[in-house]
Ligand binder design. Structure first.
Ligand SMILES: [Zn+2]
Ligand SMILES: [Zn+2]
Length: 177
């Protein structure tokens, strides 16, 4: 199992503020994250807990993006303590035996364990500077930089080309003046 793939859960949640405006939105987010099995049973309390988790993950990405590595790691360690992993070997639906990180706890607890283990694995494998926030203002969506030369600055191709056009226009203006 490659734990770093779980870090995508954190990106999905950090970028999913609009999803957390309603229970229906939360169910959509859970489906998008491949955790649809429990989505139908999501409650208001789960929604509140997911909002709180999102705020903590945003703070991790902000610290990492600002180059404050010790702060990002301290925040991740606090989350690791608060959301302990209870791994279980599972073999459902005819699949090979594989690890599930957490079978118990609420929806947000389970989601948190995935996010936090994923981010912890990514940060220790590749570095804290792999967590980023989009540079194309006012976007600030989160992304994971898995490029070989740590060069990623934007959340998407769309933001990259928008930023390139803006930079080109700014250069042209400077030349014209
Ligand atoms: Zn499974
Ligand atoms: Zn962006």
């Amino acid at each position: 199992m490659d734990l770093t793939t779980y870090a995508e859960l954190a990106v999905l949640l950090v970028n999913g503020a609009d999803r957390l405006e309603s229970l229906a939105g939360l169910r959509l987010l859970l489906n998008e994250s491949g955790r649809g099995a429990r989505a139908a049973r999501a409650t208001r309390a789960d929604l509140e807990a997911m909002r709180a988790l999102r705020a903590e993950l945003v703070a991790v990405f902000e610290s990492a993006d600002a180059g404050e590595e010790d702060d990002a790691v301290a925040r991740l360690n606090a989350l690791l303590i608060r959301h302990p992993v209870h791994p279980l070997i599972s073999g459902h639906d005819g699949q090979r035996w594989h690890l599930h990180l957490n079978e118990d706890g609420g929806i947000a607890d389970q989601y948190a364990v995935g996010c936090v283990m994923g981010l912890a694995a990514l940060v220790t494998d590749l570095g804290v500077d792999r967590l980023g926030l989009c540079d194309a203002a006012p976007c600030r969506r989160a992304f994971l930089d898995t490029s070989s030369n740590r060069s990623r600055r934007y959340c998407s191709e769309r933001c990259a080309s928008r930023a390139n056009v803006a930079a080109y226009r700014a250069r042209k203006r400077r030349v014209a003046v």
